[in-house]
Design a protein around this ligand. Structure first.
Ligand code: ADP
Ligand code: MG
Length: 248
């Protein structure tokens, strides 16, 4: 990826967010502050609420309490489509449309959400595919790409929208081991260009090297957070120390 400064990035603040599925309280007062251009990695055991948190930030789910602010303004009022234009999300399983070409996958949200005309959308999409090294695959179907290439298309699709924040939910967990590095490298480049990012990951090496801040979630709250050095070498909470002893 060529190094370009991201000019659209904004700050993200999650405060006191609660969310339940029926009687299952999954988020129990989550706080997370990500300054403009910084990367927060969210780590924690399966079922601790990490995916639910990202979905709440993107308003795929509505919190029961608390607030989420983008560039200082609450995102909980207003049109969710407006918000999804401003926050890009990358999922474990890519979520590309299998019967559309790579190019169409990237142009679709530009047409639907950004209301670009076909030529503008095509130009923006090709430019973004070029940046992730996949312009030669524009006409291919996603199924003919490797998992790593598909995930780079999904990242290009999100970036083409010029988002203010990027959310990654275990973006490399479904990839064959030899494909993980390329996707992590792209994410690291993006972090360096000044994007604001929230990265849910099991890749502790990535969290250690790329994150400005690491937040450990357990049972629906951020139990501890800090710079990687602090979290990985001087964890205070017993739960975090136990978690790290299992994953490192
Ligand atoms: P993580 O991403 O940390 O593994 P999740 O946020 O996916 O955790 O899940 C946290 C809890 O919320 C789990 O108990 C899970 O079963 C529950 N949950 C997640 N999504 C739903 C849903 N759509 N409906 C009901 N329960 C859900
Ligand atoms: Mg999850």
């Amino acid at each position: 990826m060529q190094t370009v400064e991201v000019t659209t990035a904004a700050s993200l603040e999650v405060s006191g967010v609660e969310l339940a599925f029926g009687t299952n309280k999954v988020l129990r007062g989550v706080d997370l502050q990500v300054p403009t251009g910084r990367t927060a990695c969210v780590i924690g055991p399966s079922g601790s609420g990490k995916s639910t948190l990202l979905r709440a930030i993107n308003r795929l789910l509505e919190p029961d309490a608390g607030d989420i602010r983008l560039a200082g303004e609450s995102v909980l009022t207003g049109n969710p489509d407006d918000l999804r234009r401003r926050i890009g999300m990358v999922f474990q399983h890519f979520n590309l449309f299998p019967h559309k070409s790579v190019l169409e996958n990237v142009t679709l949200p530009l047409r639907k959400l950004k209301k670009l005309d076909p030529d503008q959308a095509r130009a923006a999409a090709l430019g973004q595919l070029e940046l992730v090294g996949l312009s030669q695959k524009a006409a291919a179907r996603p199924g003919n790409l490797s998992g790593g290439q598909q995930q780079r298309v999904a990242i290009a699709r999100a970036l083409a929208m010029e988002p203010e924040v990027m959310l990654f939910d275990e973006a490399t967990s479904a990839l064959d081991p030899e494909l993980v590095k390329g996707v992590l490298a792209l994410m690291a480049d993006l972090a360096r260009t000044g994007m604001t990012m929230v990265v849910v990951t099991h890749e502790m090496g990535f969290a250690r090297e790329v994150a400005d801040q690491v937040a450990f979630m357990d049972h629906g709250v951020v139990v501890e957070s800090g710079v990687p050095e602090q979290v990985f070498t001087a964890a205070e909470s017993p739960r975090l120390r136990q978690f790290l002893s299992q994953v490192l």
